[in-house]
Design a protein around this ligand. Sequence first.
Ligand code: ADP
Ligand code: MG
Length: 437
Amino acid sequence: MQGQRVLLRVDFNVPLSDGKIVDDSRIRAAVPTIKALLDGGASVVIMSHLGRPDGRVVDGLRLRPAAERLTQLIRVNVPTTGDALGVGTDDAVRRLRPGELLLLENVRFHAGEERNDPAFAERLASYGDVFVNDAFGAAHRAHASTVGVAAYLPSYVGLLMEQEVEALSNLLEKPARPFAAIVGGGKVSGKVAVLEALIKKVDLLILGGGVANTFLVASGRSVGKSLYESKMVDDARRILKLAQDRGVRVLLPVDGVVAKEVTRGTEFKVVSTDKLPASWHMVDLGPASITAIREALAPIKTILWNGPLGVFEIPSFAVATRELAKVAAEKADAGATVVVGGGDSIAALRQLGIAEKMTHLSTGGGASLEFLEGRDLPGLAVVPTAGSPYETLPIVYVAPVKPGGKAAPRRAAAKPKPIIKPSALDDEDDDESDPLA
Ligand code: ADP
Ligand code: MG
């Protein structure tokens, strides 16, 4: 690393409120790689996106708050550039000395980023001698700073990427059994593929949140005014059938908390899920369901949890999520592997102050789901990781060719790389409202 200029992609896409960082998990998670590079005598040019500025400069989505947070964490001043490209940035990069770093402004201020424009990628690549991708949370995107630059530079993964891949691969390949998945959150759409993949891996599937409501409808109940997706009922039915065929136990809520409105201070009560009233909303699991979950988890040795069990943002409806968090922490203490993914689920654990008890907190929302579905993540696949199946594949990066544009030149590669199809660019199927998507 000594004397090398490292172009490092991190995921500083953190939730902000009034310009303040609400959860700095992703910045903390990038620190080990940044420190290792600086200690090794590299100079580090960091790239990240933040939010969805859609190719325009949005002042509220500048990376300065992230740079300030990183400065506090590593106790080294982290300057930011005013633009990811430009004369000033070229100059700042040129002046970097070994052991120094800088953060490029939000790469998504340029339309070329999400389009994976070869010219944009080439200019970014000119800032480094090597590329290190440590942005697990953005690894499901084939963008210029995650995939495009790898066509121009020798490429590696960072320590966070390695840790995420190891934790999630272990779940899929060699989980200690019995293995349970707990899936909650608002919507089934976006989780169908992962549910289908998980049914083939787990011994027990526990459903909660709005996701459970859709499954309750699929199993013949009516859910009143509760959030559920009518378009997903057939998928839910198919997943239930798949579970039955494979002998996977599915735990649906037997009781729930129903509320007049989904607001603070509203009237609420506990009812059986067989008798959900027509004009109420189910917003949390009830005590009998929580007991059933606790009992079902007793023999479990591996837990994967994604999505809160209720509308946890409202304290009265956070009971099941909180109870599950406590059970999960107890299980982890007792030696079980507990992996939690999803921005909201991790936020719920942080509220309770027990996040660090878990075996692994995944920093990727969409990326972890796609990884668990068994899909290739473009940001990972461009890097020939030692020991990975990719190592022996031929390296071909197929740059998307726009009409009239020219494709990225292909480097004569020393190491094999897999083929990334441009179709990966169309992959924008997750929740637009999720700031961590
Ligand atoms: P994660 O970010 O952990 O992946 P999701 O984004 O899938 O989780 O889901 C979180 C959201 O689901 C929360 O905003 C929560 O309020 C909502 N939610 C959970 N249960 C319900 C429910 N019963 N009705 C409506 N929304 C719910
Ligand atoms: Mg979410």
